[in-house]
Design a binder for this molecule. Structure first.
Ligand SMILES: Cc1ncc(COP(=O)(O)O)c(C=O)c1O
Length: 397
């Protein structure tokens, strides 16, 4: 691939977006599978997937058809009424998660976590019972106020204090640290199977199983945030499938990102006994689970199941990992399946490397100042992996 010269037009520079993101470097106009094209016609390989979202690649024909069909049929009626796509999606998700649960649909990962946090408070009896949530340093659970409070990154809290009370943070990967933070006000433990935004750091062996045991012994809820790891990304259907004994379930699982392949949708699943703590009127959303998003998500799960994409992510992830490990400028590779981070040799700046990769047509991101995250679609081909590795080799030379 030749070096791309960026040409984001002036109109974009003057566009009245709030300054919550750094100014964009590229204007994308079209995508197909793993490929993206910018407004000057240059082609890119997308190894970021819009932050772990487009697991089936861009413009997947079956998802496009499902969305178009649903758009012609029924887009929205609110949750005061039933629709078939939402009902079908809830049943499918419950089956994939092992059964025996119920689902609330939201519109994003943060909202799915808000639902889990409210459910934990309702289940625990609220302020006169158990209401606090323990999460890990380095975690990321979203940007809304409670999800932000749960997020274990004090620098993200700083500008928005005071945040809602009821959140305790402990060292990541340490079951004893969680046990030490429990008292009779604690209702739940909330963790990611792989800390994604925190740097792609997998749970150490035995951590989730240890938390499952601890939560069962102490009568706490184990909430797993699978917003980034869920739906095949790690090489199994859910991140916890690597860590919990066969048949063991978390009490609550939150999902979003890959669920709609880019159509916004989130979900909070809970074991039925836990979900039963909610009463009509306790929680809600105007859009959550509306037929358009639910039809997209149903089509996504259908394609993933039919094509065995979790297993494909496992095989493709091995190829990508092996290739990354062979690059002299890469000190180590971490992650699972197709959620990987390449830790660069000392002295290399990940933001600088990411910008150079982008200029050579490879979309990634600097997940820490020293590591590049790679999370291509689960449908990525071996040739595309090799092409991406060749770009990395060139840039890191
Ligand atoms: C593990 C995890 N939880 C929650 C979120 C928040 O999701 P959203 O940005 O859809 O609100 C993210 C987003 O990156 C995430 O990685």
């Amino acid at each position: 691939m030749s070096a791309h010269a960026f040409a984001v037009d002036d109109q974009l520079e003057r566009c009245p977006f709030m300054p919550t993101y750094a100014p964009p470097q590229v204007l994308f106009v079209r995508g197909s599978g793993t490929q993206l094209w910018d407004d000057t016609g240059l082609r890119y390989l997308d190894f970021l997937c819009g932050l772990g979202v487009t697991s089936l690649g861009h413009a997947h024909p079956e998802i496009t058809a499902a969305v178009a069909r649903q758009a012609e049929t029924l887009v929205h009626v609110s949750n005061l009424f039933a629709t078939r796509p939402a009902a079908g999606l809830a049943s499918t998700l419950d089956r994939l998660l092992g059964g025996g649960g119920q689902v609330f649909f939201a519109n994003s990962g943060a909202e799915a976590n808000e639902c889990a946090i409210k459910l934990a408070r309702r289940w625990g009896g609220g302020q006169h019972g158990r209401w606090q949530v323990i999460s890990a340093y380095g975690s990321f659970h979203g940007r809304t106020m409670a999800a932000l409070a749960a997020t274990g990154q004090p620098t993200k809290h700083e500008p928005f204090q005071p945040l809602p009370p009821g959140f305790r943070h402990v060292a990541w990967g340490d079951v004893d640290a969680v046990a030490g933070a429990v008292d009779d006000t604690v209702a739940a433990v909330l963790v990611e199977p792989v800390q994604g935004e925190g740097g792609v750091v997998p749970a150490p062996p035995g951590y989730l199983a240890g938390l499952r045991e601890l939560c069962s012994d102490l009568g706490l809820l184990l909430i797993l945030d699978e917003v980034q790891t869920g739906l095949g990304r790690t090489g199994r259907w859910f991140g916890f499938h690597h860590d919990l004994p066969r048949g063991a379930q978390p009490d609550v699982v939150t999902l979003a990102k890959a669920l709609g392949n880019g159509v916004p949708i989130g979900a909070c699943w809970a074991r039925s006994e836990v979900a039963a703590s909610f009463r009509p009127g306790d929680h809600g959303t105007t859009y959550g689970g509306q037929p358009l998003a639910a039809a997209a998500a149903l089509a996504v799960l259908g394609v993933m199941e039919r094509d065995g994409l979790p297993a494909r992510a496992d095989a493709a992830g091995r190829r990508l990992r092996k290739g990354l490990e062979s690059l002299p400028a890469v000190a180590s590779v971490r992650g699972r399946g197709l959620l990987l981070a390449a830790e660069l040799n000392p002295g290399l700046d990940a933001r600088d490397v990411q910008a150079k990769l982008l200029s050579r047509g490879l979309v990634t991101n600097a997940v820490t100042p020293t590591a590049i995250r790679l999370c291509p679609p689960l449908t990525v081909t071996d040739d595309e992996i090799d092409e991406a590795l060749a770009v990395m080799a060139q840039v890191l030379q």
